[in-house]
Design a protein around this ligand. Structure first.
Ligand code: NAP
Ligand code: ZN
Ligand code: ZN
Length: 348
């Protein structure tokens, strides 16, 4: 029997989200039913609810930073049990057989791509619905364990903002002796700063203004500069091994490439809706590179959660009621978020 649950959905692209009900599939052999406690609001939710990245599936229930408690498991489930504290991020399925899936890079599945938590069609041909809802049914492979040291509300944003910054920091070897800049101190940025600091790197925040400087330093940054000040780009020339760009809008990329050392890399996790412009001359000078990175795999997400528990890292959140979601979206768009809105799903 399908399960009827309350949710918040965007009925059409750009329409305000409103309360509704959705159907979840019956709990299958390898499925876990999760009573969702908290769900973060990622800027990607807003891009997609407004169809900013292209055609999207409506009605849309966003939400891919999910934490909660297991309330039922299928007969073949071995990884999780009723009562476990668990999380779900951006993916709920993948082919499991391609080289990337086998290597723990499910987010880069080449066997038809991962099934995203929402704004996608599942293997059963039904649309997927995200975490702005009271319950979700997910295959056990895509469910991770929340360590006891992490409260479920401040852990929710780790499922996207945490892993999306942790994965490139690890891949590009952020650590002692490496200088890392994080561009944009929003949801992703405030996790990037904490994680890069915990990994032992020297961390600089590049924010539009100095408005959040105290917070940035408290979160672990060694240095903080305003990108609105042209002197920043003079002072920091050739300084960084790695720049993690979390900005949701296009930037003057040449100005940021100039801040990289020889062989430095700028990794763009921010995904603007518009195409961006770069000139190859701006990379060519010092064998610099520009890349991008998508979330992280399931095993790496568990590793990141365990790392956060061990190092006392979590999200700084503003807990809201579900009926404040549209207002929260406007505040995210205005860069007025410190540093992640999280919905208490009991208010749905
Ligand atoms: P967010 O909380 O809105 O943070 C973005 C930050 O960028 C803002 O707080 C602001 O920081 C800065 N910013 C915003 N507009 C700007 C502009 N026009 N010029 C310069 N700086 C600007 O968003 P988020 O949830 O962290 O997500 C950020 C981006 O990452 C989104 O595009 C999202 O879709 C994408 N994303 C990608 C992945 C992935 O897998 N690659 C995963 C999750 C999210 P300051 O106020 O400090 O300047
Ligand atoms: Zn996200
Ligand atoms: Zn695959």
């Amino acid at each position: 029997m399908t399960i009827t649950v309350a949710a918040y959905a965007a009925p059409a692209a750009g329409a305000p989200l409103e309360r509704t009900t959705i159907e979840r599939r019956p709990v299958g052999e390898h499925d876990v039913l999760i009573d969702i406690a908290f769900v973060g609001i990622c800027h990607s939710d807003i891009h997609q609810a407004r169809a900013g990245w292209g055609a999207a599936v409506f009605p849309m229930v966003p939400g891919h930073e999910i934490t909660g408690v297991v309330s039922e498991v299928g007969t073949g489930v071995t990884a999780h049990a009723v009562g476990d504290r668990v999380g779900v991020g951006c993916m709920v399925d993948s082919c499991r057989a391609c080289d990337n899936c086998q290597a723990g890079l499910e987010q880069y599945c080449t066997g038809g791509g991962p099934v995203w938590t929402y704004n996608a069609i599942g293997k059963d041909g039904q649309p997927t619905y995200g975490g702005y809802s009271q319950q979700v049914v997910v295959d056990q492979h895509f469910v991770v364990r929340i360590p006891d040291a992490l409260a479920l509300d401040v852990a929710a944003p780790l499922l996207c903002a945490g892993i999306t910054t942790y994965s490139p920091l690890r891949h590009w070897n952020a650590g002692p002796g490496r200088r890392v800049a994080v561009v944009g101190l929003g949801g992703l940025g405030h996790m990037g700063v904490q994680l890069a600091h915990a990994l032992g790197a020297e961390v600089t925040v590049l924010s539009q203004s100095l408005r959040k400087k105290d917070d940035g330093l408290r979160l672990g940054a060694d240095d903080y500069h305003a990108t609105a000040d042209p002197a920043t780009f003079e002072q920091l020339k050739g300084r960084f091994d790695l720049i993690i760009n979390t900005v949701s809008a296009p930037l003057d990329f040449a100005a940021y490439f100039a801040l990289l050392r020889t062989d430095g890399a700028m990794v763009n996790v921010g995904l603007p809706e518009e195409p961006v412009q770069i000139t190859l001359q701006s990379l060519n000078g010092n064998r610099r590179s520009m890349s991008s990175s998508g979330i992280g795999g399931i095993a790496e997400t568990q590793e990141m959660l365990d790392f956060c528990a061990e190092h006392g890292v979590a999200s700084e959140i503003e807990l809201i009621r579900a009926d404040q979601v549209n207002e929260a979206y406007e505040r995210v768009l205005a860069s007025d978020v410190r540093y992640r809105f999280v919905i208490d799903t009991a208010t749905i």
